[in-house]
Design a protein around this ligand. Structure first.
Ligand SMILES: Nc1ncnc2c1ncn2[C@@H]1O[C@H](COP(=O)(O)OP(=O)(O)OP(=O)(O)O)[C@@H](O)[C@H]1O
Length: 250
């Protein structure tokens, strides 16, 4: 296994409240991992430690370390460089109120790419990777807000891909979408693992079973079980995992 991220003894506090407790887990390169668990167990907080988005929250404290390709992301790494490497897609599609083209070109421009031909290449490539190019190629200058919810979410994925990340974090990326748009995004996610490491929070056991290679089950701030998805769903080791999976499937 080629380990992309290794999390060691991670604790996270909001003020005095300990929300993550001694988390040890690693993520294999070019794999999809689903984070599952009941509401409030710390999945989103965990995901946001991986690109240091929690730094924005006042009163947050992180202990332990998170190694990305062997480098501690809380020690030496500049958060801006980290967030270029570790992209994020949120629950609700959140395109910027600007054109489809500008949404995708925004990140590369911030990172210093100015040449129009280069930006054109990046926009087309990212939209193709996000399965959106054919639907929008004739209206790149139209507002991103004119797209459907599912298209907006694929645009947000294209926007994340445009800065050439290595890891993509997704926080319930299909929860606001209908089943057809969800199926498209799921198909897209499974193609992404050829080039990226994907970590996705989901409340859908079916989704975790369909798309992920590994599943991590969180409960009350602890990581109860982390295994290959097919074994996790067929024969969970821990009774708490079994109860949760059965309850959610049943
Ligand atoms: N910014 C914050 N400040 C204080 N407490 C927070 C903050 N964000 C989350 N929490 C608390 O931390 C705990 C874990 O929340 P988190 O959102 O990580 O859980 P979750 O498993 O992702 O939940 P859900 O499935 O409902 O999204 C909860 O008790 C929540 O109320």
């Amino acid at each position: 296994m080629n380990e992309k991220i290794a999390v060691n003894n991670l604790n996270l506090y909001y003020g005095n409240m300990k929300v993550l407790n001694n988390i040890d887990v690693s993520f294999e390169e070019n794999s999809i991992t689903a984070l599952i668990g009941p509401s409030g167990c710390g999945k989103t907080s965990f995901l946001r430690t991986l690109n240091r988005l929690n730094d924005m929250v006042s009163n947050v404290k992180v202990e332990g370390n998170i190694m990305l390709d062997g480098e501690d992301i809380y020690e030496k790494m500049d958060p801006t460089i980290l967030r270029k490497k570790v992209g994020m897609v949120f629950q609700k599609p959140n395109p910027f109120p600007m054109s489809i083209y500008d949404n995708v070109a925004y990140g590369p421009k911030v990172h210093g790419i100015k040449k129009k031909s280069e930006l054109n290449r990046i926009v087309e490539r990212s939209l193709r990777l996000a399965f959106l190019w054919d639907e929008v190629k004739d209206r790149l200058n139209k507002s991103a807000l004119s797209l459907s919810g599912g298209q907006q979410q694929r645009l947000c994925i294209a926007r994340a891909l445009a800065v050439e990340p290595e890891i993509i974090l997704m926080d319930e990326p299909t929860s606001a979408l209908d089943p057809i748009a969800t199926a498209k995004i799921e198909e897209l996610i499974t193609t992404l693992k050829e080039n990226y490491t994907v970590i996705i929070v989901t409340h859908s056991m079916q989704q975790a079973a369909r798309i992920s290679d590994y599943t991590a089950f969180f409960l009350l701030g602890k990581l109860v079980e982390h295994r290959e998805t097919r074994y996790m769903f067929e024969s969970p080791k821990d009774d708490r995992t079994k109860d949760y999976i059965m309850g959610m499937f049943g």
